[in-house]
Design a protein around this ligand. Structure first.
Ligand SMILES: [Zn+2]
Length: 436
């Protein structure tokens, strides 16, 4: 585990924030039981520098967060200084925290659990409690595999160079932090790119989904010709973040999560090229503010639940380009729908050309958890086992060069994305079994 490196960066963050005084600051060493609470108090005492013209993290006021109980117990959870929970269920506990401390919490979740997300953030206590005691998600499926005629040419058309160029373009933004100006520009670039690539897809449209903060999420909709009310969702987060103290500084996020957006973008390109005409509605989503509590995806998923929308399946791509455990695709087995995840295995076997296995990543670790939390069947495909994941995320070192300088590891993920869209939405003009 990359703890040592993390500690160095944390000490550096302190140095940056506290000017000369910090050089005297003892180097906290979590592995030897450094008290995270004390470090947090130290961080609270230091006013973060504002970089790149962005104002405070996410505005004033408090938000409510839920965090996995398993994360709060044991050495890693000790001293997370959250105090007594306001409420708790079997799986999670509810806390009120100042909104502008979310990034700090995100940093702590990454430092101590190596997680990308790791908690949910809510505007209101009611919303948080509704989720805390939400009934388990409805089961997805049955799913059938019979769209070879559409998927094979699309999968064969996936290009490493296309994936690499999207990653390079997104990683070139100074940061894609959800409250940064360059984060807003990155969202706008994705909107334009998806609009251009989907121009030949029947009645396709791209919309910016605004939230209560600067950066919008992006949604491409390809309406279904026969079952437009049934929706297939493919998503990944478009924001990035860098460790505390560099919060709004350089965060290329090449793997976390320019790679996931590149996978979605390449799937759109090859499906459009293959003349994809879905029977069900297909939506590609780039979520904002995943790094600070899954906020963008949670807003969208809970709105779909409130509107009674029928979502037949969701897939999440968050970190697909770091070959930490060799060739392959790792399917998450926690916070997902087991039937849909089993179907992903069949799609990988049929179309992706690499082996697959399962791994776990914990509470609220990425946007698929927002859909599960809102009662929809969700799944997620990951770059490696959890332990083998890219430990340079959330820092200026999360570059394409750090992942070998190419996007080869993401190619099978783009094939899986194209297969997921076609097999769950079915395509007009191709016979589909059981009418599903
Ligand atoms: Zn991520």
């Amino acid at each position: 585990m990359a703890a040592a490196k993390q500690v160095v960066r944390l000490a550096a963050g302190l140095a940056l924030c506290a000017g000369s005084a910090a050089h005297a600051a003892p180097r906290p060493d979590f592995d030897r039981g450094a008290d995270a609470g004390a470090v947090l108090e130290q961080l609270r005492a230091v006013e973060p520098p504002s970089v790149g013209g962005t104002e405070s993290a996410s505005g004033g006021g408090d938000v409510w967060i839920t965090i996995g109980k398993s994360d709060l117990v044991g050495p890693a959870g000790a001293g997370t200084a959250l105090g007594a929970p306001a409420a708790s269920s079997k799986r999670a506990a509810l806390y009120k925290v100042p909104a502008d401390r979310l990034a700090e919490l995100s940093h702590l979740m990454h430092e101590k659990f190596g997680r990308c997300g790791g908690f949910f953030a809510y505007e209101t206590r009611e919303e948080a409690e509704a989720d805390l005691f939400a009934p388990p998600a409805s089961k997805g499926g049955p799913y059938t595999l019979d769209q070879e005629a559409v998927v094979r040419p699309a999968a064969a058309a996936v290009k490493e160079g296309e994936l690499r160029s999207t990653i390079e373009t997104l990683a070139a933004f100074e940061t894609r932090y959800y409250q940064s100006d360059t984060g807003v520009q990155a969202s706008a670039w994705i909107q334009e790119r998806w609009r251009a690539l989907s121009a030949t897809l029947p009645r396709a449209s791209v919309a910016a989904v605004p939230h209560g903060w600067k950066q919008s999420s992006v949604v491409l909709t390809i309406p279904g010709s026969e079952k437009p009310d049934e929706i297939v969702v493919l998503g990944g987060h478009l924001d990035s973040i860098s460790g505390w103290g560099f919060l709004r500084g350089r965060s290329p996020g090449a793997d976390d999560n320019a790679s996931g957006i590149a996978v979605l973008t390449e799937a759109i390109r090859v499906l459009a090229q293959a003349g994809f005409a879905p029977k069900r509605t297909v939506q590609f989503m780039g979520y904002s503010a995943e790094e600070v509590g899954l906020r963008g995806s949670k807003e969208i998923a809970s709105r779909y639940a409130q509107q009674g929308k029928k979502v037949v399946g969701v897939i999440q791509f968050d970190m697909t380009n770091f070959k930490g455990s060799g060739d392959g695709i790792w399917l998450l087995e926690d916070n997902v729908d087991p039937e849909l995840t089993a179907f992903l295995g069949k799609l990988v076997d049929a179309y992706a050309g690499v082996p697959w296995a399962t791994t776990r990543c914990g509470y609220g670790c990425s946007d698929h958890a927002s859909w599960t939390r809102s009662g929809f069947p969700a799944s997620a495909a990951f770059e490696s086992t959890f332990d083998g994941m890219n430990h340079s995320i959330h820092s200026e070192r999360d570059t394409l060069a750090n992942a070998g300088g190419n996007a080869a590891h993401s190619v099978p993920f783009a094939r899986l994305a194209a297969a997921f869209a076609a097999e769950l939405a079915k395509s007009a003009g191709t016979p589909s079994a059981h009418g599903r």
